[in-house]
Every structure is written in structure tokens, then in C-alpha cells.
Design a protein around this ligand. Structure first.
Ligand code: NAD
Ligand code: MG
Length: 398
């Protein structure tokens, strides 16, 4: 479980060193934007990209990290020649070992913003090294939630949720565990909230990534359109806050102003609100336990209009049901769900399968998987590999 905000925080060092795993992505760029706004408070220890060498070079020139990592090893030579050519004097690394190094280096805070289970190993390394980990990468929690939480407890690492819903809950969760009745995750409903089921089934990648409220990477945007994102977040919340499946409710709130809520046993509900701008929850994790100023938009309640809520539609968005069932089943079901979804979303984005087939592929993989417990990282990785194999076969069979 993540710890609640402390009342008497230790003084923070003058400049906090931040490593950004996935610095070229949407969360990574928003993180660097905040660092750019507060150069007296933060410095960058490490930056990592997968293949976007142009942007990595640009970021390295601006933020002068001690370490720059290119995830795709085939780009190592090109990375060295480009970075040295522009006068970069820090260390340059590549591949999985480079990513691990970025997770365990000198940083005070590691921003885990790689997309997918690919981010698990460096995130786990940061947790084991006892870092403060700003966790955006929800897939690694779905894949190996128990292990991450157990290792954080053992190492003394602080897990700070970046995902807006979990960040909201973290901000309003306090007091005794037995006083918390349930967590209420809000969902925008995504771009197809009001679409007929037949139209959803044949939606294009361009339609699926056009989110009404949030600007995000392609994979999470498709997850928002299927609502698998909320399913993954349900599992993320259960692990992070040590809640049972039935104690996490999902409610559709199309305006994305309330980012989530905690209901207490006396009937009180605490909500966190803000403009739908990821820089707000990211700022909370960077400055924690303090707060930092941001230039993000402010809410103007006089002109905000109605905040509305509705139940999610499990018929049009079956991914929610699949994720709930996977959480109830436990063991290998969440990592298989996640891996199958990653494969299915990639197949949809490259035009191999229809939008409506994404959830069907995931369901097929869960129906057939053998189950079993996950008590080690190897177990989680084996379940991930199994889910990928099954999903590739299911995609090929369509
Ligand atoms: P993105 O696709 O924009 O960026 C992903 C980053 O990961 C990039 O820097 C990319 O280079 C790197 N990457 C991709 N594959 C990799 C691999 N195999 N090895 C190493 N690096 C790799 O994604 P994003 O939208 O920034 O999301 C990042 C994570 O944060 C996801 O897990 C997502 O669910 C979560 N998240 C994102 C948002 C958002 O608003 N974008 C909100 C909440 C949570
Ligand atoms: Mg979210």
C-alpha cells in the first residue's frame, strides 16, 4: 500500500534529482515541462527513450542529464555519435541494462513512464533501490502488483501514483484503513461513450486515439476507448491501496473534473478536482510531500457547468468486465489480461484487427489460460509471455 501524505515531512534537498524512464512519451514530456518551469527545484539525473533519438538528443541538450539511454539497442551507435557530436558529456547506455541503470542511479525520484510491461524491470529496480517512484506505468502494477508492493515495503521505497485517479485517491486518503468503505474511480467514458455498439466495433485508430479530455500516448488512448484503461486502473487501485475488487467502484464522469473519490464509513466522500491536465498529478509526485506552483489551467466553478455521473455500460465496454474478473481470479489472470491487451492494441493500431476484436482477443486468452499463482518476478514474466503468445495466436486466427 502507498503511504498517506506525512504531517511532518523531512526537509527536501535544494534540487531534487529526477530520472525519467520514458522521457520522450506524453508523461515524460509533461514531467520535463514541469522541471523546465522549476529549474531551482529539480535537476535531471537520467533520461530514457525507446527509438525517438531526435527527441532524446533535444532533451539531453536542454537538461544535461548524467545518463542518456536509448532502449532500442540497434540505435546505440547512432545515439553515441549524435549525442557526442552535439557535445553531450554524460554517460550513454542502451537496451535493458541501460534502462535498469537509469532506474537505480543517483536520482531521488524515478518517474516510471515507459508504456507497457516493458517498463516493469527498470521500475522494479528503482523500487528495490528504495527510490521515490512516481508511478505512471500502470501495466507494471497489473503485471506484478503484489511483487512491486512487497519489494517497496522491504526496501522502504515510496510509491507515488501518477495516474490521475490514483493520485486523486492518494491525496484524499487518510486515517484508518477500516474507515475506508470504498474507492470510486471516475472514468471519462472515452471517445465512444455514446456510440452505438455496431459503430464502436468498426472504429478506426484515428477515432480511437482522439480522446475528448486528455492528450495521451496512443496505447493508453486506445485503452480509454475500450475502457480497458479503467479496468487496468481498477487492478492498479486494488494493489496500490490494498482494496478488494468489490471495494473499488467505477463511475463515468464525462467532464473529467473529479479525478476520483474515497468514501468513508460515516458516509463522507472526499474528492480531488482539477483541470484534466496530467501536469497537475505529476507535479504532486515531483514535489511530494510539498506542492509546487504550476501554470496548469485553474477551474472556474462559476462557468464550469454541470458535473454529471452515470454507471459504466458493461455491454458496450466488455473490457471492464474482463478486468474485474481477472482481479477476482488473481494469480496469472491480471498479467495475462495485460499482455493480451498490449498485443491486441498493437494489432489494432497497425490495422491487423478491428476495434471490436480487441476485447474478444483478451477474453479468448483469459478463457484458455492455465492460471496459477504469481509469487516471483519470473512467474509474472512467464504469465506475461504466455499472454502474449496466446494473443498473437488469437490475432492470427481472426
Ligand atoms: P507514450 O507512448 O507517449 O510514451 C511511452 C514512453 O515509453 C516513450 O518514452 C517510449 O520511448 C518509451 N517506451 C515505449 N516502449 C518501450 C520499450 N519497449 N522499452 C523502453 N522504453 C519504451 O505513453 P504515455 O501516454 O506517456 O504513457 C506512459 C505510461 O503512463 C503508460 O503506462 C500509461 O498507461 C501511463 N499513463 C499515461 C497517462 C497519460 O496521460 N499519457 C496518464 C496516466 C497514466
Ligand atoms: Mg488514469
Amino acid at each position: 500500500m502507498v503511504s498517506a501524505p506525512v504531517e511532518n515531512p523531512a526537509p527536501t534537498p535544494d534540487r531534487r534529482a529526477i530520472s525519467v524512464l520514458g522521457s520522450t512519451g506524453s508523461i515524460g514530456r509533461s514531467t520535463l515541462d514541469l522541471v523546465r518551469q522549476a529549474p531551482d527545484s529539480f535537476e535531471i539525473a537520467a533520461l530514457t527513450a525507446f527509438q525517438n533519438l531526435d527527441l532524446l538528443c533535444e532533451q539531453a541538450a536542454e537538461f544535461r542529464p548524467k545518463l542518456a539511454v536509448i532502449g532500442d539497442e540497434t540505435l546505440f551507435e547512432a545515439a553515441k555519435s549524435r549525442l557526442r557530436g552535439q557535445g553531450f558529456t554524460g554517460e550513454i547506455a542502451a537496451g535493458p541494462s541501460g534502462l535498469l541503470e537509469a532506474g537505480v542511479g543517483d536520482a531521488h525520484t524515478v518517474v516510471a513512464a515507459i508504456v507497457g510491461a516493458a517498463g516493469l524491470a527498470p521500475t522494479l529496480a528503482a523500487v528495490e533501490a528504495g527510490k521515490t517512484v512516481a508511478l505512471a506505468n500502470k501495466e507494471c502494477l497489473v503485471c506484478a502488483g503484489d511483487i512491486l508492493i512487497e519489494r517497496a515495503t522491504r526496501s522502504g521505497a515510496t510509491l507515488l501514483p501518477t495516474d490521475s485517479e490514483h493520485n486523486a485517491i492518494f491525496q484524499v486518503l487518510y486515517g484508518r484503513k477500516q474507515d475506508v468503505e470504498k474507492l470510486i474511480l471516475t472514468a471519462s467514458g472515452g471517445p465512444f461513450r455514446n456510440w452505438p455498439v455496431a459503430d464502436i466495433a468498426k472504429a478506426t485508430p484515428a477515432q480511437a486515439v482522439a480522446h475528448p479530455n486528455w492528450s495521451m500516448g496512443a496505447k493508453i488512448s486506445v485503452d480509454s476507448a475500450t475502457m480497458m484503461n479503467k479496468g487496468l486502473e481498477l487492478i492498479e487501485a486494488a494493489y496500490l491501496f490494498d482494496m478488494t475488487e468489490s471495494a473499488v467502484e467505477i463511475v463515468v464522469h464525462p467532464q473529467s473534473i473529479i479525478h476520483s473519490m474515497v468514501q468513508y464509513r460515516d458516509g463522507s466522500v472526499l474528492a480531488q478536482m482539477g483541470a484534466p491536465d496530467m501536469r497537475i498529478p505529476i507535479a504532486y509526485t515531483l514535489a511530494w510531500p510539498d506542492r509546487m506552483a504550476t501554470t496548469s489551467p485553474r477551474l472556474d466553478f462559476a462557468t464550469l457547468g454541470a458535473l454529471t455521473f452515470e454507471a459504466p455500460d458493461l455491454h458496450r465496454f466488455p473490457a471492464l468486465r474482463l478486468a474485474r474478473n481477472a482481479l477476482k481470479t488473481g494469480g496469472t489472470a491480471p498479467p495475462v489480461l495485460n499482455a493480451a491487451n498490449e498485443v491486441a492494441v498493437a494489432a489494432f493500431l497497425d490495422g491487423s484487427i478491428a476495434f471490436g476484436a480487441i476485447s474478444r482477443v483478451v477474453e479468448t486468452c483469459l478463457d484458455n489460460h492455465s492460471g496459477g499463482g504469481v509469487s516471483s518476478l519470473d512467474d509474472a514474466l512467464a504469465a506475461d509471455a504466455d499472454g502474449r503468445r496466446r494473443a498473437l495466436a488469437a490475432v492470427a486466427a481472426l
